[in-house]
Design a protein around this ligand. Sequence first.
Ligand SMILES: [Zn+2]
Length: 278
Amino acid sequence: MNTGIPIEIIPTPGQTIMEAIEAARAKIAPIPCPKHPKEYLQLAWRRTIETADFGSHFRPGVSITPEFESCPCCKLIASGVGPEDSLFSFDNFPRDVAAKIYHTERCREFAACPHGVLLLMGNTGTGKTHLAVAVMREFVMNNTAQPLFISAQDLFTKHLASLKAHSFSIQAPSSPIPACQQAPLLVLDDLIPLPIKRDGEEILLSIFNFRIQHKLPSVITANLKPAEIEEAVGSRLYDRLRGAAYEAIEFGFESKRHLNRPEYLRRCKEEYEQNKLN
Ligand SMILES: [Zn+2]
């Protein structure tokens, strides 16, 4: 929870207290996120009003303490996105190839009103995860509900760990399937040919049957060509996804990840220096 400095509000003659509180709203300056200084925190107005302290009748005014939402990066990290990837947005997606402009626009349209399944396919390092996170970023900026980002590898590993026998003294880890089914927006990253053929297909079917039935939007990124998808995930799931696909976008470019290396190393160095001083 991020809070600002308390503000004393004194109504002007003829103004009600609530009008004075409402008028104060525009004067509350946004504050930067303590962890991501480039991101500003949005004012949580309803929660701020709840902090109103009307004090005693010896005091003419009212005091409110501004409450702020977490920044989009913090929200993305809380949703399962890695700290480095949490910086991804539509604005910083490199549009160096004409096709990427189209891809960005289609993903922006999806982000404006997420519905169905958005499928992003193609080589590794071509920006699929970047655009999937950008869609999530729009979601956390427009909604209070928390989306979920999970890699296919993590999903299978965590689910299998939940099935293993555990001694009574240890609490067995829970399966991520219910959270994947119910998330208001799910990003399943890096879908791979299923490691455990039949069980893997059942896991994905139970997630996507639920989501499609309940009209919950999903984004899937896959290092696969369109022709390989059916073989990789099985015919039943392929058919379900096809029936609910918002669009299947193919990323047929070369990997550009190595171009980010200088910037990535600069941030690593900066963080090391900062932690050393703390
Ligand atoms: Zn933050």
